[in-house]
Write a protein that binds this ligand. Structure first.
Ligand SMILES: *Cc1c(COP(=O)(O)O)cnc(C)c1O
Length: 374
């Protein structure tokens, strides 16, 4: 543990940036893509957007995607280079067109109406980069018919202030096994985009699920991925990974207090756990306000490759583990990741929480310092 962490608190996240780079190269190779748009929205799925983006920039990635203008501005402050593109994936408030242009962000656009309003707020020396969103079945945003797409594309071509940088769709079932819905979306995209005659170099369709399991069916000159960069299986537990990725994130804490419970003594709110025999327990300074969800009660943790168990209710800032022997204060405990020859994977953790890996990693709060391993 380094000083950066000692200054804050003894619960922290370690991020392996080399693993992120390895995963990016692996998915490019797997799909035979030339270009990768790195999805670093939500603080790079909790891993730290600037650090992750810089590590990817170092291996040649020049395209990034975030969800909000604020995320785009933060990223632009670190990657201010002319040749770095930052896409805004979500619907944006057109009243913020000045921020979008000032920070050279490329918004996803779905309608002529939005473009008209944007143009109205721009002056003649400004250029807006446009990513045309096509809704083929996700139902969130995007031009929703062949004609709607044609109209948006015509508008972009006709205005000298608008510059096309991409056209994309998002798959609803790439990481489960609804193959027919996937193919239906793909057919619509191809039909509409080909009818509008938008050149292939602008297309980007493949999210992580598509890149892993459907790369043969789609155009993968450019892929647009998040989950795989962070090393987890987006289709867990349904689908098996076709390639081996490296795990990126480790969640650790240190024992802050140790006690021996006597038979009949209980732990935490509601006194839901009662020792049936004398039991060593330890307190870790991490709780649900850190994203260690309350429903993780009963989950295992690792101490030197040995299993201990979270007992009683998880509180906002602390939790208690039961151990089969005494461990002193300051002993390191792994809550997600490898310890000795055991591992608690994000997939296993999220399945215990009855959710998906994405929700677990984005729930790890800013109160946990991120330590970067190079
Ligand atoms: C979040 C998001 C992605 C990345 O998805 P992964 O499954 O994590 O690769 C790609 N495209 C869009 C439009 C998104 O919203």
């Amino acid at each position: 543990m380094n000083n950066e962490v000692l200054l804050t608190r003894p619960s922290w996240i370690e991020i392996d940036l080399k693993a992120v780079q390895f995963n990016a190269k692996s998915i490019l190779k797997h799909t035979d893509a030339q270009r990768l748009i790195a999805v670093v929205k939500a603080n790079a799925y909790g891993h730290g957007a600037i650090k992750v983006a810089q590590a990817l920039y170092d291996i040649g990635v020049r395209d990034f995607a975030v969800a909000t203008i604020a995320e785009g501005i933060e990223l632009r402050s670190a990657l201010y280079y002319e040749n770095v593109k930052i896409i805004l994936l979500g619907v944006q408030d057109v009243n913020q067109i000045h921020e979008i242009i000032k920070y050279r962000l490329s918004p996803a656009v779905e309608s002529v109406d939005w473009l008209d309003q944007a143009l109205h707020g721009m002056n003649d020396s400004e250029i807006l980069n446009v990513e045309i969103a096509v809704d083929t079945g996700m139902g969130r945003m995007g031009a929703h018919s062949k004609q709607a797409l044609q109209d948006v594309y015509d508008k972009v071509k006709e205005s000298s202030l608008l510059q096309l940088t991409g056209v994309f769709t998002h798959f609803a079932t790439a990481d489960d096994n609804n193959q027919s819905y996937y193919m239906k979306q793909l057919k619509l995209f191809e039909e509409w985009v080909e009818s509008a005659d938008i050149p292939k170099k602008y297309w980007h369709l493949a999210n992580s699920g598509s890149s892993l399991w459907h790369y043969r069916e789609i155009n993968t000159q450019t892929i647009r991925v998040g989950s795989v960069l962070y090393g987890f299986n987006p289709g867990a537990p349904l689908l098996k990974m076709p390639i081996k990725l490296h795990s990126v994130l480790t969640l650790k804490s240190k024992i802050g207090a140790v006690h021996k419970l006597q038979t009949g003594e209980s732990v935490s709110y509601g006194a839901t756990y009662t020792a049936q025999e004398p039991q060593w327990v330890a307190t870790l300074p991490i709780g649900y306000a850190d994203g260690y969800l309350r429903r993780m009660a009963g989950m295992k943790v690792l101490i030197d490759g040995q299993i201990a168990t979270v007992v009683g209710r998880i509180t906002m800032d602390q939790l208690v583990i039961a151990m089969d022997r005494y461990h002193p204060i300051d002993t390191e405990v792994t809550l997600i990741g490898k310890s000795g020859n055991k591992e608690i994977s994000i997939e296993e953790f999220s399945s215990y929480a009855r959710t998906i890996p994405h929700e677990i990693v984005t729930s790890l709060s800013s109160r946990l310092p991120r330590v970067y391993i190079k």
